[in-house]
Design a protein around this ligand. Structure first.
Ligand SMILES: [Zn+2]
Length: 691
């Protein structure tokens, strides 16, 4: 099951294995937290073109605020539901996908083993009265092991056991391609062990941040009380947890620094790691997790591990135990009895992200089943929701987008021939993955027992953890997916140089076989362009055609790129996310570059197709206008201020409004399509452009 801690990490980064921000660059990281939708999501558009005509606010001038023009009526009619922190057209689509998953799960268990597993998992999660009757009892075996700990030096085997089942104290561990030899899997140890979304949450000194820290300590204390601690002991435990996590946070890298792959690549031998952290017995840890022999690994941030060792040494044993108890209950809360679920929601759902009500149980259970048995459930989803026509159409668009990017690169005035040649080699090497994996994951080694919701979750985590560890030292399998098929998202993986589009996003409003091509190019086409250009953004450009971290740029071309990128940094840094919080132009640089490049490439590709298959005005809009509206309407969205604040501080993506207005105001093509006068808000005096 997707635990809260993992879901919080998913705001910042989304990988199932290890949370590394550069590893996959997503079109969007969504608030998947405890938030829900209206009972009946809006149906796909009823129009000739595929646009949502009743979303458009015609009282607004497209040249003044294109986002409001494209989405104004939708926004007025779609306030954020009580059980959500935000509500947008991505969510409408995810909600439709979830309805499909619900039908599948309610129809399971069927005859085959995969269907039986997803059916049993879902039914166990749905059996709230059985879960409530058990209370905190399912945690007893783990809590007893913590209580039996005799010294800090004996931590490693217990931490190994906890990591295996999805509890994440101190750090994260997994496997990833070696940055410098991306054909081989290597073990990786990364910063972690914090319950707040990012290290800066432990140090910001504005009033809101200080209040949130107070609420967090209170939450940690309440969870300890729910485990049976008397009030004074619970309060003391919470203070101890805060102290340990603050020490870890102090030594952790910030979200911007972590975008630089060179700052999070430090290949050490196991002996060197042991020397760095003498207070933690790594060989015992490796034995405990059952990994293949580890001779070398990426210790992303050596300073973090040094500080972690010191923190372990400096902390009284009882406080270390309080910290482990907290992480056990934190990771398990969403699948425990109601008091745990509600208290977890009170902090992470309400205080942190602004939702008012818990989502209906079935929605949470669908989400956990997708998270833990995603390729068993996804197989059934693909059968229901993704046909050969969608796959063929998407592939055709991908090829058209790749041709457009090639043309764009060849025509760049700022790049020399030497670097262009390398860029084209990289572009040609990109592989395209569409819809779902060619080989489905084999879950036969995983036991799912009806009536054991927490056990199912822990065994699923252990299955996934061990499946990944078994790869260490082996060739990278680039056919694997890091997102499940029903996911409304997409990603580029710089270490594999591939683009990935789950079946879940290849649906309206992104793509429809019935929609006009211009609208499809504004939606799915721009998503494809977005992912393609990630191979050439501030992170992606540092990896070569084979996924190796290797500089293929001449110094002059690198400088020219950085000058152009700085234009985006300045542009987006000047925008306000919420209240006093500005966007972080450096944090969002890669995504903003991808949005700007992606829409331009998609327009180029569309115009090439339209030259062969011309269309005229449909629904009152020219082809170019429909493409821009297609893009704009994908981002219609309402968001609570709490979530807007959190995303501005942690998420590499800009808010929907800026993903639309920020991009179109950089494009002379937009100005022409809507006949905007110079000086209009949607016509910037300085227009930024990289690709
Ligand atoms: Zn992206």
């Amino acid at each position: 099951m997707k635990q809260m801690s993992r879901r919080i990490a998913a705001f910042i980064v989304v990988t199932l294995v290890l949370a590394l921000p550069f590893a996959v660059a997503h079109i969007r990281l969504r608030a998947q937290a405890q938030s829900a939708a209206p009972a009946s999501p809006a149906p796909p558009a009823q129009s000739s073109s595929g646009l949502q005509l009743d979303a458009i606010d015609r009282s607004v001038d497209a040249c003044t605020d294109f986002y409001k023009f494209a989405c104004g009526n939708w926004m007025a009619k779609n306030p954020v539901p009580a059980d959500r922190s935000s509500w947008g057209r991505f969510d409408e689509l995810q909600e439709r996908n979830n309805e499909t998953l619900k039908k599948i799960l309610e129809g399971a268990p069927g005859a085959d083993a995969g269907s039986r597993k997803i059916g049993d998992y879902y039914a166990s999660c749905m059996d709230e009265s059985a879960i409530n009757a058990k209370g905190a009892a399912p945690l007893d075996p783990l809590l007893k092991k913590v209580a039996a700990l005799t010294s800090a030096n004996a931590l490693a085997p217990l931490v190994a056991e906890l990591h295996t089942i999805g509890v994440k104290p101190f750090f994260n561990f997994g496997t990833e391609a070696d940055f410098k030899d991306a054909s081989v899997e290597m073990a990786i140890a990364d910063q972690g062990g914090m319950g707040l979304p990012d290290r800066d949450y432990y140090s910001r000194d504005d009033a809101k941040s200080m209040e949130l820290r107070k609420q967090y300590v209170e939450h940690v204390g309440k969870m300890a009380s729910l485990l049976g601690d008397p009030a004074d002991r619970a309060a003391k435990s919470a203070e101890a947890v805060m102290k340990i996590e603050t020490a870890l946070a102090k030594a952790a890298l910030d979200v911007v620094a972590r975008r630089d792959p060179n700052q999070i690549y430090h290949k050490l031998s196991a002996a060197e790691l042991q020397k760095l952290t003498p207070q933690f017995q790594w060989q015992q840890y490796f034995t405990g997790i059952g990994s293949p022999p580890i001779y070398a690994l990426n210790v992303t941030e050596p300073d973090f591990f040094k500080a972690m060792g010191q923190t372990i040494a400096d902390t009284p044993l009882d406080d270390l135990k309080a910290y482990l108890r907290w992480h056990i209950v934190h990771a398990s809360a969403v699948i425990l009895s109601a008091p745990f679920v509600n208290e977890n929601f009170r902090f992470y759902g309400t205080q942190l992200t602004g939702a008012k009500e818990l989502r209906p149980r079935w929605k949470r259970c669908v989400q956990y089943t997708d998270s833990d048995l995603g390729e068993a459930l996804g197989q059934a989803f693909v059968k229901e929701a993704f046909g050969p026509q969608a796959k063929a159409d998407t592939l055709r668009m991908v090829h058209e987008l790749e041709a457009a990017l090639e043309k764009d690169i060849r025509g760049l005035a700022w790049m020399t021939e030497t670097t262009k040649k390398e860029a084209l080699t990289k572009l040609q090497a990109i592989s395209d993955k569409i819809g779902y994996p060619e080989r489905w994951r084999d879950y036969s080694a995983l036991t799912i027992s009806r009536g054991d919701a927490l056990g199912n979750s822990q065994r699923s985590n252990a299955f996934e953890f061990r499946r990944n560890l078994a790869k260490i030292g082996k060739p990278v399998d680039k056919t694997e997916w890091e997102m499940t098929p029903p996911t409304v998202n997409a990603y580029y993986n710089p270490l594999e140089n591939n683009i990935n589009f789950p079946a879940g996003i290849l649906q309206p409003p992104f793509y429809s076989a019935k929609a006009d091509a211009a609208v499809n190019f504004g939606g799915a086409g721009a998503v494809i362009g977005h992912e393609l250009t990630h191979g050439f953004d501030d992170q992606g450009r540092q990896f070569d055609a084979r996924g190796n971290l290797k500089d293929w740029w001449t110094p002059a071309d690198a400088k020219a790129f950085e000058d152009r990128a700085q234009c985006f940094v300045d542009q987006y840094s000047s925008l306000t996310a919420v209240d006093d919080v500005k966007l972080n132009g450096k944090l969002t640089l890669g995504e903003n570059t991808a949005d700007n490049g992606g829409l331009r490439i998609s327009l180029m590709a569309y115009l090439a197709r339209a030259a062969k298959e011309p269309t005229g005005t449909i629904d009152g809009f020219t082809p170019e206008q429909r493409l821009f509206l297609g893009w704009g309407q994908v981002w219609c969205d309402n968001m609570r201020p709490e979530l807007a604040r959190m995303l501005a501080q942690t998420n590499p993506h800009s808010p929907g409004r800026e993903r639309v207005n920020g991009v179109v105001s950089n494009m002379p093509e937009f100005q022409k399509a809507f006949a905007c006068k110079a000086g209009s808000a949607m016509v910037r005096s300085t227009q930024c452009r990289v690709w």
